[in-house]
Write a protein that binds this ligand. Sequence first.
Ligand code: NAD
Ligand code: WQD
Length: 337
Amino acid sequence: MHILVTGGTGYIGSHTTVELLNQGYQVTIVDNLYNSSIKVLDRIERLTGKRPQFYQTDILDLLSLENVFKENNFDAVIHFAGYKAVGESVSIPITYYQNNIAGSLNLYQLMAKYNVDNIVFSSSATVYGDNFQVPFKEEYGSGDTTNPYGTTKKFNEIILTDIAKANSKLSCVLLRYFNPIGAHPSGLLGEVPNGIPNNLVPYIAKVASGELEYLRVFGDDYDTIDGTGVRDYIHVVDLAKAHLKAIEYTVKHRGIEVINVGSGFGYSVLEILHAYEKACQKPLPYKIVARRPGDIATCYADTAKAKKLLGFECELGIDEMCRDSYNFTKMNPDGIE
Ligand code: NAD
Ligand code: WQD
C-alpha cells in the first residue's frame, strides 16, 4: 500500500513513517519543512534501510500538491501537516486558519479528484475543550474550543464528517491525540521545539540539559493528586503505531470514526518531573507559579474505543517516555541538523 504522509518529517509524522516503512508500506512525504529538517529523511533511512519519497511542497500550494497526486497512486493519506502552537494561534489566528483549514481543503479536494478514499487525520484532545468530565469519551462529540488552534481541529473534524456524508466511499479515522511525548529509543528522532518550549516535557528536557534554569509549574491548587495539572501522556512510538492500526481500519471500513489515542492514565506535572529526574539521575529545579490561562485541571482519555475498533493499547510507560526524551536531548544538543 502507498501512503501519502503530509507533515511526515515532523515529530509524529517521522515516527509514523518509520513504523509504516518497517511494516512494508510505501511512503511518500509532503512537507514544506516549516517545522522540521530535511535531515530527518537520513535518520529515517538509517532506522529502516529505506528512504521515503519526499516532496518539499506546501499544502497551501494547490498546483504543486496536485502534481504530487498526478505522479503517484495513493491508497491512503495520513494528514499531519499543520501548525500546532496553542498560544501562537491566539496571536495569529488567520495564519492558523489559513494553514490548517485552507491547506487541508486543498488536500481533501485532491483526494476527491484522484479517488483517494482513505484518510487518517491528526485531531487533538483539545477539541473536548473544558466542557466534559474525565475520562473523555468520543461520544461526547466536541466542545467549545478555547483557542484558534483547537478550533481548526474541530473544523477539520466537521469538514471530514460532511465529506463522508457526501461520499459513501470515504473512510476516515479522526485520531484525537492526548499528550504525545518521548522520542525514538534510538535517539535519532524526536521533538525539536522552536525557541522556548510551551509544552511540559520539552521544557523539562531543557532544564535537564541545563539550557533553562528551572521549570515553572503552572498552579498547585487544582483539585488533583498534588494540586498540579494532570494529563494523559502517550509515548510517540505508541502513537505512531496507532496510525498503522487506523490505516488498516480505514481500508476495511467505510464512513467516519472519532477515536481517542491516549494511555487512559493521568500524571500530574510533579509526577512527570520526578519521573524525568529518575531518567536523568539528577534533581530538576522548579518553582510554583500562577495557573496558565486556559488550562484545565485534569484531562485523560477513555481508551475503550481504540481498543475495540483498532485493537490498540499503549505498550510504553512514563519511564520509557522520560528515558527516550532525555536520550534524544543528550544526543541532539542542536536538534536534528
Ligand atoms: P510538527 O510541527 O512536528 O509536524 C508538522 C509538520 O507539518 C512539520 O514538519 C511542518 O513543517 C509541516 N507543515 C506545516 N504546515 C505545512 C504546510 N502548509 N505544508 C506542508 N507541510 C507543513 O507537529 P507534530 O507534533 O508532529 O504534530 C503533527 C500533527 O498532530 C499536527 O497536525 C498537530 O496539530 C497534531 N497534534 C499534535 C499534538 C502534539 O502535542 N504534538 C497533539 C495533538 C495533535
Ligand atoms: C501539560 C501540563 C500545564 C508547561 C497541549 C495542547 C494540546 C495538545 C497537547 C496539540 C499542564 C503544565 C506546562 C510548563 C507547566 N497539542 N505545564 N509548566 O496544555 O495539556 O496540551 O499539548 O494538539 O492541544 O494544548 O500540554 O505540555 O503544555 O501542559 O506546569 O512550562 O503541564 O499547566 O498542566 P497541554 P502542556
